[in-house]
Write a protein that binds this ligand. Structure first.
Ligand SMILES: *[C@@H]1O[C@H](CO)[C@@H](O)[C@H](O)[C@H]1NC(C)=O
Ligand SMILES: *[C@@H]1O[C@H](CO)[C@@H](O)[C@H](O)[C@H]1NC(C)=O
Length: 280
């Protein structure tokens, strides 16, 4: 190996290490030829001491770039999850909700299978989430019986009327919240977030299910571009650890002042004491 290639190897190693996530299991993303329109984030070595619950993720702008939220999703995976983003790594174009359904079908086919890479994936524990337009896609998964929890990041139902299709947005208005029968966690960006009024209105209108809302006041783009997804990344890991890994110690972050200490504002919740036993 010459000096230049040694240097490059060292650099790419350190880049990988930096991007491996804060959790106990170094993670990264890959593509699978049996799921070519998605990006799969998971621990590099499937851990032996835990199973991997599932996060299905829709990107902001409904972008088909499956690595657009790579910092956030790699970090989530490093805590012992498999996260599947719509769109191939570095992909182009637009997504729709069908890709989320395809990802869940694929999970059902591959989880537990044959002692391979996906043997520890737990297809019975599933959350669906997304940012902005991806959050609207997540909402569209509300009636899929495989889905237990929804996460809405910088999003909320929009009254776009007939132009929804033109904008590439799912055309479901604010009244659609009445059809949501799953626990929902809202991670919004405060008053300067263009989705703030919509997300807050959805939170208020959502009834009969456990719910939480918090605002980290940085606007619509959140902190996803920061290492590990920044404050939104921490919140996402806490949420998923609570709902999918049943780590009850996370309750304190959501209902005991932890979020406020971390800079989240306008935090509110209802029915979270029933969160883990809730069934629609
Ligand atoms: C599994 O092992 C890893 C590494 O030894 C450790 O950091 C992690 O906390 C363990 N996880 C569980 C769920 O016990
Ligand atoms: C996909 O997103 C990543 C992370 O933001 C970015 O580095 C990359 O250039 C994007 N790829 C395309 C094709 O837009």
């Amino acid at each position: 190996m010459n000096m230049k290639s040694q240097l490059l190897a060292a650099l790419s190693c350190s880049t990988l290490a930096l991007a491996a996530g804060n959790g106990p299991y170094d993670a990264s993303h890959s593509a699978d030829i049996t799921l070519p329109k998605h990006t799969i984030y998971m621990p590099n070595t499937p851990p032996e001491n835990t199973t991997l619950p599932v996060l299905i993720w829709g990107n902001g702008a409904c972008s088909a770039n499956g690595t657009l939220f790579g910092n956030l999703l790699t970090n989530i995976a490093s805590y012992g999850f498999i996260a599947i983003a719509s769109g191939a790594p570095d992909g182009n174009g637009q997504t729709d909700v069908q890709l989320m359904k395809d990802a869940l079908d694929w999970i059902e086919e591959n989880a537990g299978g044959g002692g391979g890479k996906y043997a520890t994936v737990d297809a019975t524990r599933v959350a669906v989430a997304g940012q902005s337009c991806g959050g609207l896609e997540a909402y569209q998964m509300r009636d899929d019986p495989r889905v237990q929890y929804l996460g809405i990041f910088n999003s909320g139902f929009l009254d776009v009327g007939g132009i929804g299709g033109i904008l590439g947005l799912p055309g479901e208005g604010p009244e659609t919240i009445e059809e949501v029968k799953l626990p929902v966690f809202y991670f919004l960006g405060g008053e300067t977030d263009i989705a703030y009024p919509n997300g807050m209105a959805d939170y208020e209108a959502l009834s009969g299910v456990p719910k939480w809302v918090g605002n980290y006041p940085v606007g619509h783009l959140g902190t996803y571009a920061e290492p590990e997804g920044g404050a939104f990344g921490v919140a996402a890991v806490n949420w998923l650890s609570w709902v999918l890994k049943e780590d009850a110690s996370q309750a304190a972050w959501f209902t005991g002042g932890g979020a406020e200490e971390a800079g989240w504002e306008e935090v509110s919740s209802e029915g979270l004491e029933d969160l883990l036993t809730f069934s629609a």
